[in-house]
Design a protein around this ligand. Structure first.
Ligand SMILES: NC(=O)c1ccc[n+]([C@@H]2O[C@H](COP(=O)([O-])OP(=O)(O)OC[C@H]3O[C@@H](n4cnc5c(N)ncnc54)[C@H](O)[C@@H]3O)[C@@H](O)[C@H]2O)c1
Length: 388
């Protein structure tokens, strides 16, 4: 099978997280990239031998590129996806899909008109243990799904941030950045079709005045329901519920979330410099290493009629009527391979992706509903949901 000829848009942290997968998969050829940072371009050209452009238009004019991975800041996604579709490219775009429903709808419709695929990811619903739980639920082995509990406490708000990441009006905060992971997971486990969202949010640090926490109650059209809790205030460390395996699938010391706060530089310029220093191309790039465990997004318990299913980074625990069963999940060959599985299957085999534009729109509808419901104090009724 001919490799998918891919161009990267945005050589930042998200690209670094996909790097092991992209560089180790013969089904993908990394031909080009674009980024306004010269050091990132030089590093990319040296590592992959591809062409590194300074702007998107020149990348999109490159006929050797058939698909792009858009990994730029949230607020750029919609315009860049539309430009890529207009240039007849397939698109893999990072979460959050976009910042408004109108933009999500415009991208979905443009992809359909262009006959190109959009895949929205990575999100943690791609993680193999979540997929394993999804398959058990779909099989009906333990009866119907009734309820999902999702809870994650992290250091999200105290990682170095760009200024717009701390301004909710510009797409900042935990809801835009983190809720798409949890919502994608619970929509996958619950069948996709949400009926309503009711939520509250918290913005408790005046120095970082955006949502750092939320709690939401989501109802499915099936009658099943899910509760989502998230805190990024760097106190309790939710990796305690994942055998002290980090979100990225690596062993970590117990309970040190507060050290993130202590390490954060003081002042906007110093914080931005700290964030940029960690970005691809700003220092020698070590060869990517593969995490020994699957990635995860905190505690997930899916309650069916005859068992509670609990995904872990290396197994699916099934707490049934009379016994607990642990089904091992083989370690990942490379991280996030599932994203490329979906991309290659869509482009080379014509298989409609699960994480399509319509799926991404539905996840953003519920994400935006968390903010809307917190403002209005009302249930928000869903109108753009699709099944999985
Ligand atoms: N799925 C995940 O686990 C995950 C993890 C990290 C980030 N993300 C997502 O990826 C996106 C990027 O976040 P990040 O943390 O990598 O940000 P970042 O700031 O580390 O990287 C963004 C990159 O885009 C480049 N850029 C800026 N403007 C550009 C333009 N007009 N054209 C091309 N490149 C441009 C920047 O120079 C930088 O290299 C966000 O939407 C974020 O939500 C997802």
């Amino acid at each position: 099978m001919e490799p998918v000829r891919l161009g990267i848009v945005g050589l930042g942290r998200a690209f670094s997280l996909m790097r092991a997968s992209l560089s180790g998969d013969p089904r993908v050829a990394l031909l080009a990239a674009c980024d306004p940072r010269p050091t990132a371009r030089t590093t990319f050209a040296a590592e992959f031998g591809g062409t590194a452009y300074a702007d998107l238009a020149t990348l999109l004019a490159d006929p050797s590129v058939e698909a792009v991975y858009i990994a730029t800041p949230h607020q750029l996604h919609a315009a860049q996806v539309l430009a890529a579709l207009a240039a007849d490219k397939h698109v893999l775009v990072e979460k959050p899909f976009a910042l408004t429903l109108a933009d999500c709808i415009a991208m979905r419709d443009a992809a359909a008109a262009a006959g190109r695929h959009i895949i929205v990811g990575h999100s943690h619903s791609f993680d193999a243990p979540i997929m394993a739980a999804h398959q058990v639920i779909q099989s009906g082995e333990f009866g119907a799904l009734r309820m999902i509990s999702a809870l994650y406490h992290t250091d999200f708000l105290y990682r170095p941030r760009r200024p717009e990441e701390l301004d909710s009006r510009l797409g900042g905060g935990a809801v835009f950045n983190q809720a798409p992971h949890q919502i994608d997971i619970i929509r996958l486990l619950g069948g996709g079709l949400l009926r309503s969202v009711r939520a509250l949010t918290g913005a408790w640090d005046p120095a970082r005045p955006t949502e750092g926490a939320y709690a939401a109650l989501l109802q499915f059209t099936s009658g099943a329901f899910a509760s989502l809790t998230y805190s990024g205030y760097a106190h309790f460390d939710g990796d305690a519920f994942a055998d002290w395996i980090s979100e990225g699938g690596r062993a970590k010391p117990a309970g040190a979330a507060f050290t993130t706060r202590a390490r954060l530089a003081t002042g906007t310029a110093a914080e931005l410099a700290q964030r940029t220093a960690r970005t691809y191309g700003n220092g020698p790039e070590a060869a990517p290493t593969n995490p020994p465990h699957h990635e995860h997004f905190g505690l997930i318990i899916a309650s069916c009629d005859r068992a509670d299913l609990r995904p872990f980074p290396d197994r699916l625990e099934i707490h049934a009527d009379s016994q607990t069963i642990a089904r091992p999940i083989p370690p990942p060959r490379v991280p996030r391979q599932e994203v490329l599985d979906e991309l290659v299957a869509a482009i080379r085999l014509g298989q409609p992706p699960l994480h399509s534009a319509a799926w991404g729109l539905a996840t953003m509808e519920a994400t935006l509903a968390i903010l809307d419901s917190a403002r209005s104090g009302q249930d928000v009724i869903m109108q753009h949901q699709v099944p999985c």
